[in-house]
Structure formats: structure tokens, C-alpha cells
Design a protein around this ligand. Structure first.
Ligand SMILES: [Zn+2]
Length: 236
């Protein structure tokens, strides 16, 4: 059994993923979330032209208490996360609509599940590993890229336009990575906006598949693209 999944949980599966849930979970809740996951995976696989080889597990906690016990920390009642990436398995956890009605809102879940699935696909593509509390020490791509691409992809999956943020000429990537975890929501939201705009700009330039396939060289790609931008601005 995987870490972070309660022993009494059972699994509903198909060829693409496994959804772990409480044996007692309401049928209706499983039937709400299961097809969302299914559609999101198919959509992202086609956007990135990528088929994961790592087993893709989901766990829907039936109570906030289960979530906090398994993850060993306070957990917001609407929170989703990707606590585990190993060379052969990925895990995404969420909470049942019984915990909070927002967890049953299909549009919201579509977006958030897409965000987490994208993180896991980047982890696999970059041979990264993760377990909760490791400070992302074994991720081979920078946070600004992970969050930026996850946001671009989740907007595409949910069919929502991406808000444009002015990208500073000389981005301080270290500060941007720090701001993505800032406790002040305004700073964090702004950092997400900038990261998303940068990745979206690179995608418009190179295409999403190229950016995803070359995610380990993302800083180099950024520098090259930025230099080309400056040149074309100078020519104007
Ligand atoms: Zn994220």
C-alpha cells in the first residue's frame, strides 16, 4: 500500500489511474470526481503528447481528519496536493465533497486536478522525485516553471483565458521562487501570475510540447528567448 492512503480505503481503477476512497464513501461523490480525473488525464496527455509510465494514484479522503492524519499536518478543507512522486508511482490527494461542497464543484475540480496532474507529469518527464516535507530537494525543474506550466495547462483544460501580467525585463527567478510560497496571498498570487505569464510566453514562442519535452533546460530556453525578444524590440 502507498504512503498517505488509509489502510481501510479501497480502489476504483481503469487503465490510466487508480482512485482510492473510503469503503463507506457515498457513491455519488465517487461518481462526481472519477470522470473529472479521467477527462483531465486524457486532455493533458493529448496537450503534452505524453503518456506517463509511472502509476497514477489518486486518494479522496472522506474526512478532513483522514487528510490531516495521513499527511501529518493541518490541511485546509478544500486543499489538493501531490505529496508523492517516486520512479514508479505518483500520488495526488484530494478531499471528498462531504468535507466541503467546493470539493464537488466540477469546474473547480477540473482546474485543480489538472494543475496537480501537470505537476506529476513534469516530475516524471524530469525524473524528479518528491515526498512531502522534503523541501522539493529532488525536483529537477524550478518552482516558477512547475507552477507556471501547471497554471497554463489547467487554464487550457478548463477553457479559461490566461490573465496577462507584465513580465519584468530582468526577472529575479530566485525571488520569484520564494514569492510562490509567500504566506501573504497578494504576493503569492502576483508571483503565480508572473510565472504563468513567463511560461505562457515561452509556449507561444516554442509550442507547449517543446517546452514540456525540454523542461530540464527551461532556464536556457528562457535566456535565449529573452535575447531574441530584446533583439526584435531593438529592431522595431
Ligand atoms: Zn502547484
Amino acid at each position: 500500500m502507498l504512503n498517505y492512503i488509509p489502510r481501510n480505503y479501497v480502489c476504483k481503477l481503469n487503465k490510466d489511474f487508480m482512485l482510492w476512497h473510503d469503503k463507506q464513501e457515498e457513491y455519488q461523490h465517487i461518481e462526481t470526481i472519477y470522470p473529472v480525473i479521467q477527462k483531465v488525464i486524457i486532455k493533458i496527455e493529448s496537450l503534452l503528447e505524453f503518456t506517463p509510465e509511472r502509476e497514477l494514484h489518486f486518494c479522496m479522503y472522506s474526512s478532513n481528519k483522514d487528510a490531516q492524519n495521513q499527511l501529518n499536518r493541518p490541511i485546509n478543507r478544500t486543499m489538493l496536493m501531490a505529496p508523492l512522486s517516486s520512479p514508479d508511482k505518483s500520488l495526488i490527494v484530494l478531499q471528498s465533497p462531504a468535507v466541503d461542497q467546493w470539493n464537488g464543484d466540477i469546474n473547480r475540480m477540473n482546474r485543480h486536478i489538472a494543475h496537480e496532474v501537470c505537476h506529476q507529469f513534469i516530475n516524471e518527464k524530469s525524473s524528479s522525485q518528491k515526498s512531502l516535507g522534503d523541501n522539493n530537494a529532488n525536483l529537477n525543474t524550478p518552482p516558477w516553471f512547475n507552477e507556471g506550466l501547471a497554471e497554463v495547462i489547467s487554464h487550457k483544460v478548463a477553457n479559461i483565458p490566461i490573465k496577462r501580467f507584465d513580465i519584468p525585463g530582468d526577472v529575479d527567478f530566485e525571488l520569484l521562487d520564494e514569492d510562490l510560497e509567500n504566506l501573504f496571498a497578494d504576493i503569492r498570487t502576483h508571483a503565480f501570475g508572473i510565472a504563468t505569464s513567463i511560461v505562457n510566453h515561452l509556449i507561444q514562442f516554442h509550442g507547449v510540447k517543446y517546452i514540456f519535452d525540454n523542461c530540464m533546460q527551461i532556464k536556457k530556453i528562457y535566456n535565449k528567448t529573452n535575447a531574441a525578444d530584446a533583439k526584435s524590440r531593438a529592431a522595431d
